[in-house]
Design a protein around this ligand. Sequence first.
Ligand SMILES: NC(=O)c1ccc[n+]([C@@H]2O[C@H](COP(=O)([O-])OP(=O)(O)OC[C@H]3O[C@@H](n4cnc5c(N)ncnc54)[C@H](OP(=O)(O)O)[C@@H]3O)[C@@H](O)[C@H]2O)c1
Length: 267
Amino acid sequence: MKPPAYFYGTAWKEQDTQRLTELALESGFRAIDTANQRKHYFEAAVGAALAKNLVPRSELFIQTKFTFLSGQDERLPYDSKASIGVQVEQSFQSSLEHLGLDAVDSLVLHGPSQRTGWHQRDREAWASMEQLYETKKVRHLGVSNVTADQLQILCDEARVRPRFVQNRCYARFEWDLPVRALCATYGLTYQAFSLLTANQQVLGHGDVKALARKKNLLPSQLIFCFARQRGMICLIGTSSSKHMREDLVALRHELTDSELSLIDSIR
Ligand SMILES: NC(=O)c1ccc[n+]([C@@H]2O[C@H](COP(=O)([O-])OP(=O)(O)OC[C@H]3O[C@@H](n4cnc5c(N)ncnc54)[C@H](OP(=O)(O)O)[C@@H]3O)[C@@H](O)[C@H]2O)c1
């Protein structure tokens, strides 16, 4: 299935994860982002929400992640002494159990092992993800928290290229333009997180507020419209049913080229 334009993000929900995932599905979200990283996500609670069968599986897009040891707390989904390849397999098997699924739509490498470069551990993790892709238990691969240089190396080397890139998207860094440009080159879809929290200066900018008033929208809705029309999937992790409704309404609005350029110009 074509991935929906908005994903519901389940990070930092803890004991509210199941309730909020159900609320997101009831509100109209059809894609869910999680990770097998108990430090920030509660994947088994996402699975408990999916088990309610509020939406047929065929209409859902479920994405999870493999996280290296450095990003985990003591609640590991794999044997820390196993090879990286085996850690990826064990993490993925545990994700399937948490989610109660036979396959996921997307498996994302949560971040490379180091801030720069693409190293042996990244290659081992990606090779193991490629093997899972070949079993068809993973429909697409993705990578997160990457620089353009890292993404370029991965695209050059991979047997199976990523289908998704998930990054924090800062207006002050041209909305991650170098990474988005590479995505365009290789036909990858960019998933943006922190669209609101990383861009408070855009939300509070006088021109954005004036445009929002003119369009009868909220500044937050303008940002989501802008991101969607620039080809990004928006990750939304709100805990508010009002915000879920507002964000989904933003999907139905279109900004003109000059309105998009105005938002693009704010740093
Ligand atoms: N790959 C990674 O490393 C990574 C890192 C961070 C996040 N993510 C993913 O991205 C998802 C979203 O994370 P995020 O960093 O973008 O932030 P977020 O968790 O979505 O937080 C958004 C914040 O903005 C507030 N807000 C106000 N108006 C809103 C509106 N209309 N819609 C949405 N939020 C509104 C929310 O408060 P209310 O709850 O009151 O609405 C919340 O405090 C996460 O759940 C996770 O799935 C991935």
